[in-house]
Design a protein. Structure first.
Length: 495
């Protein structure tokens, strides 16, 4: 039955679509329609897998009928199914938005390349979330990374090439660290299957080889998720990439890397408790708090709003890692739910900037003067997502920070709870700079008449902004999934 093949189809569908885009290179409209169809199909598959997992438990799909741990296995549990839904949902919204934005920001002769790389990136991100093999995770990590470099380089600004090159260098270093860590684990256990590693690692956890493996894995994945201070590739990548690329990567790439970190810490090394011995969680907490403040302070002084939001992403990654570092049910729930919530709000913000760039050819704060009058729907969508970033009720950001503060209070970390609140005030400052320019400054004299972006861009933007409010008012379902995923990870259950 088709239901039994859904794990394979989740990755195979976008993977096969990439070369089809190459065949359709002379028909840009066809490549866009294919991207929309594939993105929505992937979302349908992801929702079906999440429903099945919640109803019957984890799904195992051995590739080529080779049983694990000898063969490569796809495993879908609550946390991986949740990440599959996040990535595919973002793709399903970004794909319809992309048509007008891509035609404006990317040369017509390269449009087919954009959609081919988009499909490869989507396949890689979904593969990371669904694979049950540590080395296969590396393969999908590289598929998504290599296609991301190409997507970023497609920007018309020549600085996009430099940004992509810097990302390539940093990403390659991160991938090297990760694969060295996997090699050390294989040396000591003789397996690459994640579930099998979880069983064998505790027996050799006191060896220096396994301890080195965890160190290499932490640094490698930290580079991929832009954990402070390993984030230096991210600001330029988000700033100079085409708007639709910034929206897609900001909402998905770092989130999937965080999922990989969660999988390594709570599944592979969960039973060994090695991270407690070497104070890794305490180190993560320090780096997370540093990210929350350092990146937010830098964001305040940015005039380019895309760069402002890029530094904001580093700070928001700090919130997610902070939740993970508590290693409690509430803390991990906070991290997982913010992984979902931040994807919504950051996608909405970058999509809104894509609408602005379409009309103004600039996203500098000075050029946004009077935008609240000339592009009211786009500006309102930005404000709604911005309130979520700050954590104002009833938005999704409030839900995340409420649980983060609860997790801190459960650990009697009153200082951490206060720092979460204080860092939110910094977000208020840099979001206010944009709001003040859009609503309180007059439209510059002599400026050409600016009209609202087309519906094909405004509607997806508002879908994401409305989601920031809806899931803030009714967070029952998302919290239920996040809470069950956190309990599943902390219980030591196999993925």
């Amino acid at each position: 039955m088709i239901e039994s093949q859904l794990p394979a189809l989740q990755v195979v569908v976008p993977l096969i679509s990439a070369p089809i885009c190459m065949l359709l290179r002379r028909v840009p409209m066809a490549t866009w329609m294919l991207a929309v169809a594939v993105s929505w199909l992937c979302l349908g598959i992801a929702l079906a897998l999440l429903t099945q997992v919640l109803a019957t438990g984890p799904i195992s799909y051995p590739l080529g009928d080779w049983a694990a741990p000898w063969g490569i296995e796809y495993r879908v549990d609550r946390i991986s199914a949740f990440v599959l839904v996040i990535v595919s949902a973002i793709g399903a919204v970004v794909a319809p938005f992309s048509r007008a934005s891509v035609l404006r920001e990317i040369s017509l002769r390269r449009v087919y390349l954009f959609f081919a790389m988009y499909h490869l990136c989507l396949a890689g991100l979904l593969g990371i979330a669904i694979t049950g093999d540590a080395f296969n995770l590396f393969v999908f990590l590289e598929i998504s990374s290599l296609s991301s470099y190409a997507l970023i380089s497609l920007g018309r600004d020549r600085r996009a090439l430099t940004a992509a090159y810097r990302y390539l260098i940093m990403g390659t270093i991160g991938a090297t660290f990760y694969v060295i860590g996997v090699g050390f684990m294989y040396m000591m256990t003789g397996t690459l299957n994640i579930a099998d590693l979880a069983n064998r690692i505790p027996q050799v956890a006191d060896t220096r080889t396994v301890q080195a493996a965890l160190a290499f894995l932490t640094v490698g994945i930290g580079l991929k998720l832009a954990l402070f201070p390993l984030h230096t590739w991210l600001p330029n990548a988000y700033t100079y990439a085409p708007s639709v690329v910034s929206a897609f990567l900001a909402a998905t790439a770092t989130k999937v890397a965080i999922y990989a970190l969660i999988r390594i810490y709570f599944t592979v090394f969960g039973a060994a408790e090695i991270s407690e011995v070497f104070l890794i969680r305490q180190a993560l907490m320090v780096l997370a708090v540093a990210a929350m403040f350092a990146a937010s302070l830098v964001a305040i002084y940015q005039n380019d709003v895309k760069r402002l939001l890029a530094y904001s992403s580093v700070a928001q990654i700090g919130y997610i890692v902070l939740g993970i570092s508590f290693a409690t049910s509430t803390g991990l729930t906070a991290g997982i739910i913010h992984l979902f919530n931040h994807a919504l709000m950051k996608c909405a913000l970058f999509l809104a900037l894509g609408c602005v760039f379409l009309r103004l050819r600039s996203v500098n704060i000075g050029s946004l003067a009077g935008l609240g009058k000339t592009m009211p729907w786009t500006t309102a969508a930005f404000v709604a997502a911005g309130l979520s970033l700050i954590g104002i009720p009833p938005t999704v950001g409030f839900v995340s920070k409420w649980y983060l503060i609860q997790a801190a209070l459960e650990k009697d970390s009153y200082l951490i709870a206060a720092l979460v609140l204080l860092s939110s005030m910094l977000a208020l400052i840099y979001i206010w700079r944009v709001v003040e320019a859009a609503y309180l400054r007059p439209v510059p004299k002599g400026q050409e008449t600016v009209r609202e972006a087309p519906l094909s861009m405004v509607v997806p933007t508002w879908i994401m902004s409305a989601a920031c409010i809806y899931f803030g008012i009714d967070a029952t379902r998302t919290l239920e999934v996040a809470r069950s995923a956190a309990s599943f990870l902390l219980s030591g259950a196999q993925p």
